[in-house]
Design a protein around this ligand. Structure first.
Ligand SMILES: [Zn+2]
Length: 165
């Protein structure tokens, strides 16, 4: 059965800047150890990106300001053989009360889950740095792992891979 790593972007795959918006190439920084970790994990998991990008497409965060560093990030991962099967991105603000913002399961994510009935969700993980990521894990029915200074990518990769031995 297929296992998934649902992955938050900012604060998980890439460093979250102090203003919480990665809108230029010079604000793009991969999280320490993430490439090595995902290279180890890709043999066992499919990767799905789930990210809230507040106000994407509005004057405060125009689409090109998002896509230039985002595409570069994807290129850096792809160069190491790491690809995302699906990207679910909510472009709304918290006050928009949309249906696609974490911790909600967006229609796009719901469609992905429905179209892949062979997913082994109880042995899949949502990795992120916020409470909303852990709530999304509960909503999906997978395990949540909080990444942070006390739980780095090398810890997480070892923890997950340990379950295979
Ligand atoms: Zn949304």
């Amino acid at each position: 059965m297929k296992r998934v790593l649902f992955l938050d972007r900012d604060g998980c795959l890439i460093v979250e800047p102090s203003d919480e918006q990665v809108d230029s190439l010079d604000k793009l920084d991969l999280m320490p150890g993430v490439l090595e970790a995902l290279k180890r994990l890709k043999e066992f998991f499919t990767f799905v990106l789930v990210s809230n990008q507040d106000g994407l497409g509005t004057p405060s965060f125009p689409e090109p300001s998002f896509s230039v560093p985002h595409q570069e990030m994807l290129r850096l991962f792809r160069a190491e053989g790491v690809e995302f099967e699906r990207e679910c991105i909510c472009p709304h603000f918290p006050n928009d009360n949309c249906i696609c913002r974490k911790p909600k399961i967006s229609p796009e994510l719901r469609q992905y889950l429905d179209k892949n009935p062979d997913l082994d969700l109880t042995r899949s993980y949502m990795i992120g740095d916020r409470g909303t990521d852990m709530q999304l894990a509960k909503n999906i029915g997978c395990e949540g792992i909080t990444i942070g200074p006390g739980n780095t990518w090398s810890n997480i990769a070892s923890l997950i891979l340990h379950s295979f031995t």
